[in-house]
Design a protein around this ligand. Sequence first.
Ligand code: SF4
Ligand code: SF4
Length: 473
Amino acid sequence: MYNPKSLKAEEFIDDNEIQETLAYAEKNKSNVKLIDEIIEKAKLRKGLPHRDAAVLLACNIKEKNEEINKLAEQIKKDFYGNRIVLFAPLYLSNYCINGCVYCPYHAKNKHIPRKKMTQEEIEREVIALQDMGHKRIAVETGEDPVNNPIEYILESLKTIYGVKHKNGAIRRANVNIAATTVENYRKLKEAGIGTYILFQETYNKERYERLHPTGPKHNYAYHTEAMDRAMEGGIDDVGLGVLFGLSTYMYEFVGQLMHAEHLEAVHGVGPHTISVPRIRPADDIDPTSFENGIDDDTFCKIVACIRIAVPYTGMICSTRESKETRKRVLHLGISQISGASKTSVGGYDKADETEEDSAQFDVNDTRTLDEVMKWLMEIGYLPSFCTACYREGRTGERFMKICKSKQIQNCCHPNAMLTLKEYLEDYAKPETKAVGEKLIAKELETFNDNPTFKAKVQEYLKKIEQGERDFRF
Ligand code: SF4
Ligand code: SF4
């Protein structure tokens, strides 16, 4: 029985409810009157329930789809302005006891080099990331209680936050590790993590069990209920994601929104972020062997519909996607992207020659961070390394309140300018610096109606030029 307030996975992700929603969406995909009503409701910018959102995703009327895209773009502008937050993944260890059939780190893969970084190696990786300009990372490991116990993760977080190289610092470490206990989530919270990210992979239980044939991850309920345990452990910001291609995209889309509704119903706060990975080639993984792969147009439509359904949730697109696709989805709703990612253990420290052999997936966008920065600015975005909210205690419900009232832009926008300025001073190539300085000058003009605030931002910018760092609103 469907019950968004239940703490049982099979009740808040009820298969019957998903099937009925899919049938409803299919029946109404050309129902102009209903689609118009849903679009009007979406214009209120309070999000949409999963049934309405599913109708928009299924809609096959060209003009209506254009309207949906336009609305997604406008909602994105209203909530996030033109800033795009940048981050990089950091893979600590690829030891894993699970059998996920879409990931080369699965336990049966005997030829992929296994590696677990020492604290000294992590320090070198963090220095390499800082030297690029990164301030925000996502820590990743396989699941292996012997090789990657929680103590290893906690020690690594201490190392990561402790590295202060030149003007660099990792100011926010999000964590993407296997589903664990309330007690371990509490420890992660105490270690000062940002968001706890756990991809559901697929909400379809029967498929989930088939795609995860062995290891603790096989347990669908334990995995699906992880976010509730994380929140019980005090983590207020959680990040969802499915791996598109494992089941039908309509099923995943509905399941994901039901998960978001469940978190809101039980904990009063929905997901902080939603990631949208698509299955990619890797060591012994051939994406064409998965029959539910999605094309670029469908992928873009999914992004637009998520944006409309949960306007206040950050959306993340990784370097799995090409430069061209990333450009399309940035317009439609993505608010965070990774840059210059290495998806292997020890990939950033140039001294490590073995890294390419152990990548979790092939990166599609292989540009340097500086190239990504310059590109973002040239296509009209304001790149940001901001990490202010979590450091100012703006997390969970408090964050959502500010975000839903669209006030967050008053922080995001100046913080993006300040962190961009730091990047320009410390890491940018001369051409990127020239583009960035021009952009900051232009963005400053937007504060003309508030001279006191403008003066404050100018003062911070000046101080950054003089060598001070880490100003934030
Ligand atoms: S997806 Fe994660 S849990 Fe599964 S095999 Fe890969 S690293 Fe292990
Ligand atoms: S102000 Fe908060 S929401 Fe905005 S970019 Fe910074 S950390 Fe993110």
